[in-house]
Design a protein around this ligand. Structure first.
Ligand SMILES: [Zn+2]
Length: 434
């Protein structure tokens, strides 16, 4: 109510908490050019006014932009907040340590200018709550909860010695911690899907085909049956949200789409006809320009390395297909078990210049990714507009030294170039005052 009143200009007196950015040039998360020099008033957690004329806000904290760029906070659409600062063994075995390490990494993530992440697998509910309550600094999190997989699917990290599984039997550590969970029937899918929503999931993540990092999951295998996928889609729709499916091959993608999945993760082994289908059905494609380092970091001669060698050539091809058929394309990084690589989050975004202009890349990582976030519908944990600089939007903004539309590499060095980082109207970093 109060926010609405402020937006309508009914309340003329700015509160002491208001922040006025003066003389900034705006990248709004949608267009290809910067605005004329402008002023932006943040009231509470919202962008209240934008004007090229002076904004009267006597008691507001004034920030002299001096012609710097004001842009929306960055969004990573494929992130695993709980699976970066821990080793796999720690993530599976010591949830206390994993949460503390993830909290520290979450602060680093925010300090890289990422004000929101879409978390597609991992027990991030507690971390999210601690961030939302202001206990630790970190990005907004759209969590899927556990990756839901089938026996021998991607995300089934069990050893052969863990077999056979008894339905209703004991859980493995990975399942107990909520990193991933194994299901083998529509009934089990429904149970585990509902458990994720009970904990606050904003979407469901299923693994519809094989994956690189899972030891017993060949790339060519389509892992879920259609009835199993449909069961997940039905539960997600009952909860007012959607299913995202990890899928590389055309077959896995087509089965997922037929079952009602709304977002395909990766898709790097798809054929052209499948790209066309994705475009026709208006399905989201969540892509990641996975760096070479991720591939070469895998041990030569290992099963994982052989699979990576097969997937990597598909990355560029898939980006070309996404462009050719104008597929709704989200951007993310999929960093796993490496804080060193997480530091490259901005550099991985900048690497999109292989296929896109800097403006196209930045629109993808802000306004477009925010459209995908909004697909969470009734389960959207942060209702309101993200990824854009416009009146009424949530105040997640970066003040950038220089113009990233001319030089996208600026986002690869957030420590120097992001002078102010604001999330939800609060300033978490300000080096203008130093
Ligand atoms: Zn992933």
């Amino acid at each position: 109510m109060l926010a609405a009143a402020l937006l309508l200009g009914l309340c003329a007196t700015a509160s002491a908490d208001d922040i006025l950015f003066e003389n900034v040039r705006i990248f709004d998360g949608k267009g290809a050019a910067l605005s004329a020099p402008s002023n932006v008033l943040v009231q509470g957690n919202l962008i209240a006014r934008i004007s090229t004329s002076p904004i009267a806000a006597e008691r507001a904290q004034r920030i002299a932009g001096n012609g710097r760029t004001l842009m929306p906070g960055l969004i990573d659409a494929h992130w695993h907040a709980m699976l970066i600062a821990s080793t796999p063994a720690e993530a599976m075995g010591d949830i206390g340590f994993a949460n503390l390490a993830a909290g520290d990494e979450a602060t680093d993530t925010l300090m890289r200018g990422f004000t929101t992440v879409r978390d597609v697998g991992g027990p991030a509910f507690g971390l999210k709550r601690a961030i939302d309550q202001g206990i630790i600094a970190g990005p907004r999190i759209y969590p899927s909860g556990a990756m839901i997989t089938v026996t021998s699917g991607h995300g089934d990290f069990r050893q052969l010695s863990d077999l056979p599984r008894t339905i209703g039997g004991l859980f493995t550590p990975m399942e107990r911690n909520g990193g991933s969970i194994v299901v083998d029937s529509p009934d089990e899918v429904r149970l585990r899907a509902r458990e994720q929503f009970m904990q606050g999931a904003a979407l469901l993540k299923l693994t519809a085909g094989g994956g690189v990092s899972s030891p017993h999951s060949p790339l060519d295998v389509t892992t879920f049956t259609e009835p199993e996928l449909r069961a997940a889609v039905e539960i997600a729709e009952n909860w007012g949200t959607y299913v995202a499916a990890h899928a590389f091959t055309s077959d896995a993608i087509r089965k997922a789409i037929a079952a009602g999945v709304k977002c395909i993760e990766h898709g790097f082994l798809m054929d052209e006809a499948t790209a066309k289908l994705i475009a026709e059905k208006d399905i989201w494609l969540s892509l990641q320009p996975l760096p070479e380092l991720m591939r070469t970091g895998l041990q030569e001669g290992s099963v994982e390395r052989a699979k990576a060698d097969e997937v990597w050539p598909g990355i560029g091809r898939t980006y070309e297909l996404a462009k050719k058929y104008k597929i709704k394309t989200a951007w993310g990084t999929d960093v796993l078990f490496s804080r060193a690589l997480a530091k490259q989050q901005g550099a991985i975004l900048a690497s999109l210049v292989r296929w896109y202009t800097p403006a196209e890349a930045l629109v993808m990582a802000t306004g477009t990714n925010a459209e995908l976030l909004a697909l969470s519908g009734l389960r959207n944990p942060y209702p309101g507009k993200l990824g854009v600089i416009e009146e009424g939007a949530l105040a997640d903004v970066l003040l950038v030294e220089g113009n990233p539309l001319e030089n996208l590499d600026l986002v690869a060095d957030p420590a120097d170039n992001f002078r102010i980082i604001m999330k939800d109207g609060l300033i978490y970093k300000n080096t203008l005052t130093q």
